[in-house]
Design a protein around this ligand. Structure first.
Ligand code: C5P
Length: 411
């Protein structure tokens, strides 16, 4: 049964050409057994007539906070009735107003009053999505954690141009609504009794006693996976490279510096026959190379140039993949790459095969490192790829854990 059955969805429509797709979202929600309360901003009504939404939902469309025929406060009343609020499409202007906590129309006032999850499906021209002001608003919303974004995706937008800004498809939005409702009803304790090992952060490879080779990984993605896995009932060992992050509650943390140390910690946590864990998520950005001969003393800056010979580090995940005989433990890798989406996906596919893992989460470096949000695609060993979607690192952690739970037969 759909998580939408018997639920009330407040569907807010704002002014973008994608507004016509809100009608399909309403239809799918109703088909799944939900009641839909439609809200429209003034500009949304320039794109879709309220009659269409009223006809599909069988409900009067709320458009005006100041409607004199309504007794009480409309935003309070709608927010109290709604199990979930969904904004389809969400314009750049709406994201800005949500980030600021404004309540200057019915939609924003209702969102401020929400008692359950709030989802927004952004739709705008790629230049608007890429604008630093929008980026800042998206980061702010992610930091507040109260409004979850579904999409946008890369594709053709209304102007005929291509890029990031196309609204997620209605079916994907409805799936996200179901996920948000399920998470809120506690069925997400689906990892009770499971043991999960997570690695996070960079590794530092000593060059001499004061210098090292490293990378820009913050560790936030791995820490989010560890925290969400504990929330879903798992026992978690978090093997962390050098990061400045607090340990989430209820986690066994092992701190390491180098790739060699990380490999030892992973091997110990997994056990000789890999039987100590149900899943391994390698979110760490392991350094691929180390100094072939780290100096015991500080290297002097005598010459004009310095050559440091590098030796390849062991591939921790590939080594575990090669040792695994059955379906357990579930193995998950990350593929952080530069390049366009097609290239990032191609690299990720190659990694699934080379490392013998169940799936790889592919992301583009410039959209991931140091950000609160991340845009990822899932590439599984069957070869299929779930398209790129943007979310907070917590949302993505939950999606990864959902995939793991499913493979462990509890999802
Ligand atoms: O091959 P590449 O470094 O791009 O693969 C990334 C994935 O492999 C990540 O999951 C990372 O944690 C893991 N990895 C590893 N050992 C290495 C390099 C990467 O386990 N030496």
């Amino acid at each position: 049964m759909s998580a939408l059955a018997g639920k009330t969805v407040a569907l807010a429509v704002t002014g973008s050409i994608a507004a016509y797709k809100a009608v399909e979202v309403a239809r799918l929600c109703i088909k799944a057994g939900a009641k839909v309360l439609p809200l429209m901003t003034a500009s949304a009504q320039r794109f879709v007539g309220p009659l269409t939404l009223a006809g599909i939902t069988g409900e009067a469309v709320a458009t005006d906070m100041w409607d004199p025929s309504f007794s009480g406060e409309m935003h309070v009343s709608i927010a109290a009735r709604a199990d979930v609020i969904v904004i389809v499409p969400a314009t750049a202007d709406l994201l800005a107003r949500l980030a600021q906590g404004r309540a200057d129309d019915l939609v924003t006032a209702t969102v401020l009053c929400a008692r359950g999850p709030v989802l927004a499906a952004p739709a705008m021209h790629p230049r608007m999505w890429g604008h630093p002001a929008t980026r800042k608003n998206v980061e702010e919303l992610a930091a507040q954690g109260r409004v979850k974004l579904v999409g946008p995706v890369e594709g053709v937008v209304a102007s005929g141009e291509s890029g990031m800004g196309r609204m997620a498809e209605p079916a994907v939005i409805v799936e996200a609504i179901e996920g948000a409702l399920r998470a809120g009803t506690g069925t997400s304790r689906d990892l009770v009794g499971r043991r999960i090992v997570v690695t996070a952060g960079p590794t530092h490879e000593a060059i001499d006693p004061v210098r090292y080779l490293g990378n820009r990984s913050s560790g936030r993605m791995g820490f989010a996976i560890a925290a969400r896995a504990v929330a879903r009932g798992a026992s978690v060992t978090l093997i962390a490279g050098p990061v400045g992050l607090a340990t989430p509650d209820g986690i066994t943390r092992v701190d390491v510096e180098s790739a060699a140390e990380m490999q030892r910690a992973v091997d110990e946590a997994m056990g000789r026959d890999l039987g100590n864990a149900d899943a391994l998520v390698m979110a760490a950005a392991v350094a691929d190379f180390r100094a072939a001969h780290a100096s015991d003393t500080k290297i002097k800056k005598d010459g004009e140039a310095l050559a440091i010979a590098l030796a390849k580090n062991p591939d921790i995940l590939a080594a575990i993949g090669a040792r695994r005989t059955g379906k357990r433990p579930v193995l998950v890798g990350f593929a952080l790459e530069t390049g366009d989406d097609a290239l990032v996906l191609a690299y990720a596919k190659a990694k699934v095969a080379a490392k013998k893992v169940d799936f790889v989460i592919a992301n583009a470096a410039h959209e991931s490192l140091g950000h609160a949000t991340n845009r990822v695609a899932f590439v599984s060993s069957g070869g299929e790829a779930m398209p790129f979607a943007t979310g907070t690192k917590e949302d993505i952690a939950d999606r990864i854990l959902g995939e793991i739970a499913e493979r462990l037969g509890t999802g």
